[in-house]
Design a protein around this ligand. Sequence first.
Ligand code: NG6
Ligand code: CA
Length: 521
Amino acid sequence: MDMRMNRRRFLGGLAAAAAVTSTPSLLAAATRRPNIVVILADDLGYGDVSSYGAKDVATPHIDSLAKQGLRFTNAHTDAATCTPSRYAMMTGSYAWRKDGIAVLPGDAKLLIDPQQATIASVLKSAGYTTGLVGKWHIGLGDGTIDWNGEIKPGPCELGFDDAFFFAATADRVPTVYIHNHRVVNLDPADPIHVSYKTKIGNEPTGKEDPELLKMKLSEGHDGTIVDGISRIGWMEGGKSARWVDEKMAATFTGKAVEFIDRNHDKPFLLYFTPSDIHVPRAPASEFAGKNTCGVRCDVISQLDWSVGQVLAALKRNHLDENTLVVFTSDNGPVVNDGYDDGSDRKLGQHKPAGPWRGGKYSIQEGGTRVPFLLRWQGTVKPGVSDALISQVDLLASFAALTKQAVPAGSAQDSQNMLQPLLGRSAAGRESLVEEATVLAVVEGQWKLVDRSERPGIHTKPETGGLNEKSTRQFWGQPAYPTAPLELYDLKADPYELHNLASEHPEIVQRLREKLQKTRAA
Ligand code: NG6
Ligand code: CA
């Protein structure tokens, strides 16, 4: 090899190196591990965000993620309610594999075995500092909880270094925050007791004292009145520890921002799970009454503000380019979810589920197809992706991103979707399973709802079907007849109106087998 050839090669090499260094993001992406912020909204629908088509409520901060990142149009939760959905995202396993994973009461046992990997434990083993701020709702303790002592196992036993959270939902007792293992601001002289079986304590309840309520109930929610709002379940004591609903968004957001400020100089995971827009909808005065579409839209504005605060904290700490932000929701939307707060009457033209039928509790797409935005500035090119993605994939994808192996025996349903998540491939999953008590399988344009697959599980009528409850929950969407097997072509019929099961028996057969195989795996 002569000198000239060598020199040409050398210069060529230099040019290539220069090309790499002139696009620092590529080089950096190959070597660095970004911070990860997952923002999981509660009950926010596909159509509740301006960047997904909402017109009557503005979500500029959430939309900024869509502008600066990837907007996914075919991303799903595992389930149409909170507990199974959050369990699946946290563990990388479909919740319906385990018996009895349904919306939990506030005193329910922890559903995740501390031996099981979680997003937090995987990132912790990659050297990340891990924080939870917000709603938990995957259970606590090992069967009995002493609210006045150490509450464990919980998030800290599952890989979170720091956890500021509440146990279940904002409409369930106990209405207190927990920091790591203890109730915050608890006065030992006023111990907390909680019951979901019978009334305890002498405090007014929604059932006996409805005249004391500042928010009327429409269904359930007739237990202890806290802060003028009656809850599911009864509690006594813990007066100094009780939250104020109107301050909850500011409290959680403040804790999320503090976590970022405190950990800005090391890799971190922030799992931020605001209670908005779940009931009871009690926004701070800055947001109350500001939208034409009612208080449900006011809490969407409040959620958007929380997102803005977190993004501002990242910017202030110069972390925009070194942080991967995911924004999504735990299940589809609901308008009247047990409190008569006027949201159904004020809805106007607003379409919470966007183009999809059904919503929370529903096996139709409105139940599990959610907004999903991913921003990693300088690394992920802004755009729109139609790749089929499940939140259950985050664990394996974050493991791949941080070069961690998924621990054996864990996260069996989590697929490494890093390529589509980072916009480097248009192809996502081949198929996925959705759950709203019954199961459905989606593959490409086809969706099979198979109501025969979980016999015996229907203790309540399935809410996507013909029953009084569903018509109320689905804000005037007409009820549609159900069939044991429903096959929809989501491409031609996104609203799932035309059951094609009898026209395509071979597709039904193939998808049934697929579902059975997935169940048996
Ligand atoms: C339901 C509650 C609803 C909500 C839901 C859980 C009634 C009538 N309805 O049982 O208000 O709390 O549970 O929501 O009590 S989730 O988003 O956490 O799944
Ligand atoms: Ca929810």
